[in-house]
Write a protein that binds this ligand. Structure first.
Ligand code: SF4
Length: 438
C-alpha cells in the first residue's frame, strides 16, 4: 500500500506542478466582466504581520505602519473599482498576513464594503494577541460571523521555535484569548499545525486536550507545508523537517477530536455540522483584491502583484493590479473540481455530469483508479465520497496543491525587484520609496 501511495503522490506532485505553472508576467491584466445576476465572494489580502514565522509561505512582510496605511488606501480604491465595474459581493473573507494588524484601517475597509455591497457573511483571520474585547465586538457589530485564529500550537517550546511566543503570546495567554472570544461570533476557528519539527505525540496530545477544553466551534488542523525557499529557515529555527510522522499524527488528531467534532473537510473539524473553510473550497468563483491575492473566474486564475509598492502604484495610476493569469485546461478544471470538492469529502455526481459530462470519468481515470486502489473513495451512489481511510490522502493532495501554490508564490516574489525597477523607470519613483521587502 505504501508503494502505491508513493507512486500516486509523486504522480500528483508532477501533475499539480504543471497545473500551477502560469504564463509570463503581463504588464497588466483585467478580470472579465461579472456575470449578470451573480454575486461573488470577495477575498482581501492583508500582507502584514508583526513577526514572520519561519515556516510560513504566504505573501507577507513585516508590519510597517506608513506602508500599511498606503496599502489599505489602495485596497479600498481597488474594491471601489470592482464595484464600478458591476461586481456584486455577498460574502467577504479577509485573510493574510494578519488582517487585524491595523484595526482602524481594517474596520474602515469592512465599513466601506458593507456600504457598497449586500454582504451577508464576513470572515476575518487574526492572531491571538489582537483578540482584544473592543476589537472583537467592533468586528461582530460589522457582521463578522467567523473569526479564524492562527494558534498553531499551545506548546510554549514550539511557539518559541516558531518565533511566535514573544509577539503572539504563550500557550496559556492564547487559551485566555480564545476563552474571551467565546459567544461573540457564531464561529471561532482555530488553525493548528501538525508534524512540526520537535513536536511529539505527548505535546500533540496536550494540544488536543487544550482544544477539547476550550472547545472552539471549528478546528483546522493542517500538516506543516513549507515552500522550498523556506526549508533552510525552518531547519535553522525549528529543526529538521520530517515526513514520516505525518500520518501517525493525523490519526491521533482524528481519534481525539472525532467524538466531539464532525468532519467538514479533510482537515477541518466542526461542532456545527456545516462549517466554513478556505474560500477556495466554499465558493466556485471568487475575486481577490490586494497584493498577492488570487481570483478565480471563468476557469482562469488571476494573481495580483506581490510587490506592495508596485501594487499601490498600479492602483493609484488607475491600472489593474493583476500581473499573471492562467487559463485552466478542461482537464485541469476537472482536477481542480475533483480535489476541491472531495476535500469537502463528497462530490455530487449530478453536478459533475452537468459541468463536465461523461468525459470526467475518462479524463480523471488516473485519480479515480488510484484513489479506489488505495481504498480512499466510494464510487457508488449519488455522490463520490471520501472514505475514513481516504481523508488522509486528501490531506496529501491538498498539501501537494498548496506546495505548488507556494512554488508559484516564490516565483512571484522573485519578480518584485524586476517589477519595481520598471516602475522606477516609468514613474520616476525614488529609491528611498522602496522598502527592502518591496
Ligand atoms: S503564520 Fe500567520 S502570523 Fe505567521 S507569518 Fe504567516 S501569516 Fe503571519
Amino acid at each position: 500500500m505504501r508503494v502505491i501511495e508513493n507512486i500516486f503522490t509523486s504522480l500528483l506532485r508532477h501533475e499539480y506542478a504543471r497545473s500551477m505553472s502560469f504564463g509570463p508576467i503581463h504588464e497588466e491584466d483585467e478580470l472579465p466582466a461579472p456575470a449578470p445576476g451573480v454575486s461573488y465572494q470577495l477575498y482581501l489580502h492583508i500582507p502584514f504581520c508583526l513577526v514572520l514565522c519561519p515556516f510560513c509561505s504566504f505573501h507577507r512582510v513585516e508590519y510597517q505602519p506608513a506602508l500599511a496605511d498606503r496599502y489599505f488606501e489602495a485596497l479600498r480604491q481597488e474594491i471601489r473599482r470592482y464595484g464600478e465595474q458591476g461586481f456584486v459581493f455577498d460574502d467577504l473573507y479577509v485573510g493574510g498576513g494578519t488582517p487585524t494588524v491595523n484595526e482602524g484601517q481594517l474596520l474602515r475597509t469592512i465599513d466601506m464594503c458593507n456600504e457598497l455591497f449586500p454582504i451577508r457573511g464576513i470572515s476575518v483571520e487574526t492572531n491571538p494577541s489582537d483578540m482584544r474585547p473592543d476589537l472583537l465586538h467592533a468586528l461582530r457589530d460589522r457582521g463578522v460571523r467567523r473569526l479564524s485564529v492562527g494558534v498553531q500550537s499551545f506548546d510554549d517550546g514550539l511557539l518559541k521555535s516558531m518565533e511566535r511566543y514573544d509577539k503572539y503570546g504563550s500557550g496559556q495567554s492564547i487559551v485566555s484569548a480564545l476563552e474571551g472570544a467565546r459567544g461573540i461570533f457564531p464561529t471561532v476557528n482555530v488553525d493548528m499545525i501538525f508534524n512540526l519539527p520537535g513536536q511529539t505525540e505527548t505535546s500533540l496530545a496536550r494540544d488536543l486536550e487544550t482544544l477539547l477544553a476550550v472547545k472552539p466551534e471549528q478546528i483546522s488542523y493542517y500538516p506543516l507545508m513549507v515552500a522550498d525557499s523556506a526549508r533552510r529557515r525552518v531547519a535553522e529555527s525549528m529543526g529538521p523537517l520530517r515526513k514520516s510522522d505525518s500520518r501517525r499524527f493525523f490519526e491521533q488528531i482524528v481519534s481525539a477530536l472525532s467524538p466531539e467534532y464532525q468532519r467538514s473537510t479533510a482537515w477541518c473539524f466542526s461542532t456545527q455540522g456545516e462549517a466554513v473553510d478556505e474560500y477556495i473550497v466554499e465558493r466556485g468563483e471568487y475575486i481577490g483584491a490586494g497584493s498577492g491575492a488570487f481570483s478565480f473566474m471563468n476557469s482562469t486564475i488571476h494573481a495580483t502583484s506581490f510587490s506592495i509598492n508596485g501594487y499601490c502604484h498600479r492602483i493609484a495610476a488607475g491600472s489593474s493590479a493583476i500581473t499573471r493569469s492562467k487559463q485552466l485546461s478542461r482537464r485541469e478544471q476537472m482536477r481542480y473540481d475533483f480535489v476541491m470538492k472531495l476535500f469537502g469529502l463528497s462530490l455530487d455526481k449530478a453536478w459533475i455530469m452537468k459541468r463536465h459530462g461523461r468525459r470526467f470519468y475518462l479524463d480523471m481515470a488516473l485519480e479515480l483508479l488510484g484513489m479506489r486502489l488505495l481504498g480512499a473513495l466510494r464510487l457508488f451512489g449519488p455522490t463520490l465520497s471520501v472514505t475514513p481511510r481516504g481523508e488522509y490522502y486528501w490531506i496529501i493532495m491538498m498539501r501537494e496543491f498548496f506546495n505548488n501554490v507556494n512554488v508559484f508564490r516564490d516565483e512571484m516574489r522573485k519578480q518584485i525587484r524586476f517589477e519595481y525597477d520598471a516602475l522606477e523607470h516609468d514613474a520616476g519613483i525614488s529609491a528611498g520609496d522602496k522598502p527592502e521587502n518591496g
